[in-house]
Design a protein. Structure first.
Length: 163
């Protein structure tokens, strides 16, 4: 099931995935909180150490962007509908990828980062700032829309800071 999501990700051996988890998110803004809770629970199990806060922040931004910009206008994020957005977390030994799938084919656009007083528009700037790399790609075949992903490098267990 995750194979179409791996297309376009940085080169990582799909056979080396040590852990993967995903959840469907409804088309309402409360889904951002649900995504954070799911991510925190998953990351606690995976013991990702020093990147925990960065990953949770980026997941929040990716899901918010999907709900705000990627849903059709007549199916806005406050309506109750099937889960059009899906969050995937994939962990390799020293890397973790957060991928958010949505039904839009529109290219994600990072807005100018210099206007910090703006009410919105800083999401992809934050994703770029807190992840090691990010990108997106359209889906093909039976899956419709796109995936926006962020990659995080993880310290090996022996280099994790002591608690």
């Amino acid at each position: 099931m995750l194979e179409p999501l791996r297309q376009g990700l940085p080169p990582l051996d799909p056979a080396a995935v040590s852990s993967a988890a995903s959840c469907a998110l409804p088309a309402r803004y409360e889904a951002v909180r649900e995504a954070r809770v799911f991510t925190r629970r998953t990351l606690d199990q995976w013991d990702v150490g020093d990147r925990f806060d960065d990953i949770c922040l980026v997941v929040s931004e990716l899901v918010t962007n999907a709900l705000r910009h990627a849903l059709p206008g007549d199916a806005g994020p406050c309506q109750d509908q099937a889960s059009p957005v899906r969050l995937h977390l994939m962990r390799w030994t020293e890397r973790l990828v957060c991928a958010v799938r949505d039904p839009s084919h529109d290219t994600p656009v990072a807005r100018d980062s210099e206007d910090f007083s703006a009410e919105s528009g800083r999401g992809l700037f934050l994703v770029d700032s807190f992840s090691d790399s990010w990108g997106w790609h359209p889906l093909a075949g039976t899956l419709n829309g796109k995936v926006v992903w962020a990659l995080f490098r993880l310290l090996p267990a022996e280099l994790q800071p002591a608690e």
